[in-house]
Design a protein. Sequence first.
Length: 71
Amino acid sequence: MYTLLRSVPLRQVLLQAAPSGAAALVVAEQLYKWHSFTLECAGFLATWAAFDLAIAGVRALVARARPAPTR
């Protein structure tokens, strides 16, 4: 885990992973009441992955829709 965190720049983590992680944390706190830490943690991580995938998809669509810069 330490190696993974050290390999990604902090700016990239804050711009890409933090928003989806915060949203997943809110969803998990409000909705997941499974009375098991393991299940709730797994649900949180799955939600985070789904949110991150959705955001990455939107970013890819936006990047594809932008016209290429001309020089």
